[in-house]
Write a protein of this length. Structure first.
Length: 344
């Protein structure tokens, strides 16, 4: 948060600040009929397609810590969160609005950094910023992002469509974001009273990137479309594999079996977990903020899914009465819980 130059927000006023932060955003999507600069955005989805909408809020001190979270990265990450929700519906993200609650401690330069990260994500993902709001906050920085997307009705995928014997598929390794957060928190504690702190991150750069700048899996939705695969159900992994799988099972009225030896965990995740005397499997099951996609497909599509080269099949759907369990290599079963440690 330390800046060479510090401009107080009060010197610009609300509308001057909004103009400054949004002046570089130019709409590029044909569906954006009117973006920033009016009382409301005007969005026209492609002919024959449905509009989708999701909202996420992020609170300083709860969802992020500005002691170690670069504001450019934070801007990128809040866009990722909304985009991931739209992708989890098998849809194409197209527009966002961003609203801020800002305390007096934050200078204009810091907000410009935040919006540089938002702008970078928008350019990379082909999304238009079409509106938002800025208000004073008494509790630190608050960011609310509303994300819009579109898809043909027949392609939209819900959480509630999984069927008996469907394969449970996962798009990437788990637990890295959680361990990245643990690393940052450890270094913050260790260096709290050090005058010129030098945090020790060497060898764990991948974990930091997974937490600070996660990338949404647009490639997966594009690959599924190219292969003409429509999942029966899908959810993005923000609360941890165990919790999100149970949400999918609840919506689909089914049970599940996932296999411990099929859950992908990165080497850096395992190495740091061992160094910090933490179980990497717990990080994978309950860590959250991975922004990977978990989806189901019929058993008959196994070869087709494996040809994608981007997906691990980690289990299958069972009857609702059987519950949701993690199966260990020796055949033991551990009941999944939505939070905390799995219970036997």
């Amino acid at each position: 948060m330390e800046q060479k130059k510090r401009t107080e927000i009060a010197t610009l006023g609300q509308f001057g600040l909004i103009d400054l932060l949004t002046e570089s955003f130019t709409p590029h999507n044909a569906s954006t009929r009117r973006g920033v600069g009016d009382d409301a955005a005007v969005i026209t989805p492609p002919a024959g397609e449905e509009m989708l909408c999701t909202t996420d809020s992020f609170y300083e001190g709860v969802d992020f810590d500005l002691t170690y979270f670069p504001l450019r990265h934070l801007g990128y990450k809040v866009v990722t969160a909304g985009v991931s929700d739209i992708l989890a519906m098998n849809a194409t993200p197209s527009q966002i609005t961003v609203s801020l609650g800002v305390s007096s401690k934050i200078p204009v330069e810091a907000l410009k950094d935040l919006y540089e990260g938002i702008a970078f994500a928008c350019r990379e993902l082909g999304i238009d910023l079409v509106g938002g709001d800025t208000r004073a906050s008494m509790t630190g920085l608050v960011i609310t992002v509303t994300t819009l997307g579109h898809a043909p009705q027949e392609r939209i995928v819900y959480r509630g469509g999984a069927q008996l014997h469907d394969l449970i598929c996962l798009t990437g390794n788990l637990g890295a974001a959680y361990m990245g957060l643990q690393l940052l928190e450890r270094e913050k504690r260790v260096l709290a009273d050090v005058k010129n702190p030098e945090p020790q991150f060497k060898g764990y750069e991948y974990l930091l990137e997974k937490y600070l700048k996660p990338r949404p899996r647009t490639d997966i939705v594009e690959a599924l479309l190219e292969e003409k695969i429509t999942p029966t159900s899908m959810i993005d992994l923000t609360d941890g594999l165990a919790s999100d799988l149970m949400q999918l099972c609840k919506a689909s009225k089914c049970g599940a079996r996932i296999y411990l030896d099929r859950i992908p965990i990165a080497r850096q995740t395992t190495a740091l977990a061992e160094e910090m005397h933490t179980d990497p499997v717990i990080a994978a099951l309950n860590g959250g903020e991975d922004y990977e996609l978990l989806f189901t497909v019929p058993l008959a599509m196994q070869e087709q899914v494996m040809r994608l080269g981007l997906v691990d099949v980690i289990g299958h759907i069972t009857a609702e009465s059987t519950g949701a369990y993690l199966v260990t290599p020796d055949g033991g079963e551990i009941r999944l819980k939505a939070q905390g440690f799995p219970e036997k």
